[in-house]
Structures are given as structure tokens and as C-alpha cells.
Design a protein around this ligand. Sequence first.
Ligand code: FAD
Ligand code: SIN
Length: 537
Amino acid sequence: MDIYADYLVIGSGIAGLSFALEAAKTGTVAIVTKDSKIEGSTNYAQGGIASVLDFDDKFEYHIKDTLESGSGLCHEDVVRMVIMDGPKRIKELIDLGVNFSQDTDDGQKLDLGREGGHSKRRIVHTQDRTGHEVEKVLLERVEANKNIRIYEYHMVIDLITTSKLVKQGIIASKSNKTCWGAYLLDIKENRVVSFLGKVTVLATGGTGKVYLYTSNPDIATGDGVAIGYRAGVKVANMEFMQFHPTCLYHPEAKNFLISEAVRGEGGILIDKKGRPFMHKYHPLKDLAFRDIVARSIDIELKKSGEECVYLDITHKPADFIKNRFPHIYETCLQFHIDITKDPIPVVPAAHYMCGGLLTDSDGLTNIKNLYAIGEVACTGLHGANRLASNSLLEGLVFAKRAAQKAALYLKNKKDMELRNVPEWDIGSATDSEEMVVVSHNWDEIRRLMWNYVGIVRTNKRLERAKRRIENIQDEIKEYYWNFIVTKDLLELRNIALVSELIITCASLRKESRGLHYNLDYPERDDTHWKRDTVIWI
Ligand code: FAD
Ligand code: SIN
């Protein structure tokens, strides 16, 4: 055993850091994170956090908007709980030192933005870099806490669960599956280490890198879903990958988002000839739910044969645009697009995984001592299509609840300790000199997911994708057992498994709903499919 803590937290985004701060009140916390501590989707979040903070707004309105966006699959009890906890969690962030933008007319009030599907202005934000501000403050607080230690460049390979220990003869019974910690690749030292925790928390974020085009940072390879699934955690609703309608379309821009808040402030989607088109698809036009806007753009692009549409905010005063969206303004300018004068070329890209590891309303999975919080989890909040800016909110609310629940559990289990786990068996591994095959497989998976399992699906495309993923997985298996593990190989194994899970869930659902649109079943079918798609080993 290398490291021991009461709480092992995997991931340093909003969910992992918020959990750590609460958990540190009752025990020691080890946070492991596979890149530098700031890297993760949280750091790139733009629009903000949705919450009921204005006299003109009501919990019931936010609840209604969330349920409508989720197309019949949200769990209403969870929606209510999260939305009603929202204002308390925002206040805690402010108390920690998060500096949200203030209303310019009334300096005492928060400035509230608007995004697609919201019937009111309710998005608290820090200009257009909300995630960076929140992440920075949470990290400062975590680093100042004596009970918490962060291990950067430590990547979890797999969890240590009862079945692994039974296999090694360390414990006898297979019943009551429990998590004891995880094996990690220490990326800098190139060795495998084990971290034990009385409680383990997966807070590993999203899966956008499974697709060729994504708004997500490089860490978003779905590791938590893959790791959890391999350990026996139930996985749900993986067919609901959310495509954000407006990512910057430019050959040199890797994955830059143009926030929905731009449409919230009056931005309009237009085609190459300057014609608005969203009125043809939904009464809410440019502020319709995200699945509808992304699909409408897809239809426009297929009809016109063009490579992108445009987002036009040039009718707003230049000073307003520069003050409200300084990061987007500066970034676009680097690509010679002046958003105060030019419409922004945009395309949809994979953005957010609504499915994930199935949890209860405290973030607990079906494995004892194992929690999943943040984007990696499927809590019932988002249903078939997440409402904009409800993700950071979910991360905050579930981190708090999970930490409080885990603390209660530990209080009654003071003697619970396991210090004897088997070393990681590296088998007959040799150095891989064929890294080119790994990168080729990476590319093939992302391309086939984009082409066959994207915004619009068919049975035939899903079947083709399934066959190809199976072949790639056979190759990866051979690699995995024959060669020393590297970060790239581990991530490849994870994106292949996550792709398989997305394809499986998409093939099971014989209807179209929310983000899952299949031309062979174009209608929503509440009689048979008003339920989650749940799979496990
Ligand atoms: P992340 O912040 O992604 O953190 C995941 C952590 O896990 C990282 O530290 C990563 O290194 C670590 N990790 C992953 N795998 C491993 C492993 N195997 N071993 C060890 N560590 C691992 N949502 C909103 O509500 N409002 C917004 O305005 C908004 N804007 C967005 C803009 C962009 C560009 C993107 C990409 C997303 C946006 N979202 C937004 C979604 C939201 O940001 C994410 O869903 C949320 O930040 C996820 O937080 P998290 O803590 O679950 O994961
Ligand atoms: C955005 O700023 O458009 C992202 C908001 C979100 O994903 O919730």
C-alpha cells in the first residue's frame, strides 16, 4: 500500500474539490488527478451556474424548465432537491471568495444571465469565465486545508474492489461488493501505486473526447464511467450525449466554446447568406432547448452543404460585448474574428454526457463506499437533455450531500481499515514501441463515433459502429496485456469502452427522445420508453 486516507477523491474539478472541502471537516482527504490540478471541464465553463436568485423567479419555474428540457426522463424528486439547494450552494461559493459579476445598474445585486430553455434570467456568472473563477477559488481553499493533499499527474487505472481481493485470496467472500481504493499510474515516475480510502469518490468529469469534435478538454476521456463499469457499477442513459450548438469553427481553434449566454444576450443564428433560421424549428427560436438547436443546425448544414452556420451579436454595442464576453472576444480576435463586427462561424460539438454511473440522491453507487459525483454520475437530474448551466449546480449539490452522507457512515465505522492489498501485477509487459497503433485507434474511434453515433442516428449506423468498436477493443485487449501501461493506452481502453456503452444504450432505446434521435424510430414513445436505460456487468 502506498497512500492511505479516509477519503480518496478522484478528480479535481468542481465536484471533487467541493467534496474534499466538506469531507476534510471529518477526516483526511487525498485528491488524485491525472493532469495538472486546474485541468478539467470546470476550468473552461463559461455561461455560469443556474439558480433561483431573483425576486421575479421561483423554484417552480426552474423545476419546470429542467423537467421540460429532460423530455420526460428527469427524476422529479432529484430535480426539486437540487434546485432548492441551489441558492445555499451559491452563497457558500460567495463566502469562499468566488467573485460573481454584479448587476451594473444595481451594484448590490448579482448579474443574472439567460441561456436556452430558461424562462427567466437565473445564470450567476463571472463574465464569460465562470468555471475558471470557481476552480481557482476552490483550489486555493483546498490547498490551504491541512487535511487535504493533492496528487497531480496520478491517473486511476482501476478500482480495488472485493472481487479483486477475493481473486487474490485476501478475503473470502464475494458478497457485499465494496470499494477499498484504486490503482493509479504515477505518470511522472512511470510506476503503478495503490491508494486506499475508507470512502472512494469518482469525480472524473465527462466523455467528450470520445467524439472527433468536442468542446471538452483532453482529460474528458470518460475514465470514471469505464472504471466504474468494469468494477460492476450500474451505468445509465449513455445514449444522451449533449452536443453544444455553438463551438467555434476555425481550422486552428482546437475546441473553443461560444457560450449560450451569447444567444441569451441577443445573439442570433444565421446561415451563410445572413438569414436567421431558428424560427422554423421552435417557438423559442435561438433560445430553444439545446438538443433542438443542435439538431436544427445539423439539418441546415445538411441542406446547404455548408461547413458551418454563424452566430451574430454585432447588433449589440461593442462595449457591451467586450465587457460581457471578454474571453470570447479576445479568443476570437486571435483567429481574426472581431465579434463586435463579424458573425462567428460555429458548429455543434460533443459537450456533456447526461448519462453515467447511476447513483442515489446522495451520490452513492451500487458498490459500498463508492460515490460518483459531477458529470461522471447519472443522478436523475438531467433526464434526456440537460438544461443549460445545471451541471455546475449538480456538482455542487451532490458533492455536499455525498460528503455529509459519507461522514455519517464513517462515524459508525471507525475501525474499518484495510491495509493489505495486492501489488499491481504488471505481468509480462514490455515497452510498447508501436505507439502509432494506439494513436491510430484513438483517431478511428473518435471519427466513427462522430459519423455513426452523432446527432442523428440510424439502426444501420449503430450496428456498423458496434462491429468496429468490437474489433478495436480486441486489439486493445492484446495491447493492454502485452505492453506496459501508459496514459494514452489507458485512455484508449476507456474511450473504447465508453463508446461501446453509448452504442449499447443507443441501440436499446427504440424511440427518439431528447438528445437521442434515431431516424428509424423518429417519434417519442412514452408507453415503452419513459424510463432510464440501465446496464451493468
Ligand atoms: P471536471 O471539472 O471535468 O474534472 C474532472 C477531473 O477528473 C479532472 O481533474 C481530471 O483530471 C480528473 N480525472 C479524470 N479522469 C481521471 C483519472 N483516470 N484519474 C485521475 N483523475 C482523473 N456547465 C455549467 O453548468 N455551466 C457552464 O457554463 C458550463 N460551461 C461549460 C463550458 C465548457 C467549455 C465545457 C467543456 C463544459 C461546460 N459545462 C458547463 C459543463 C461543466 O463544466 C462540467 O460538466 C463540470 O465542470 C464537470 O465538473 P466535474 O467536477 O464533474 O469534472
Ligand atoms: C455555455 O456557456 O454555453 C455552457 C453552458 C452549459 O454547458 O451549461
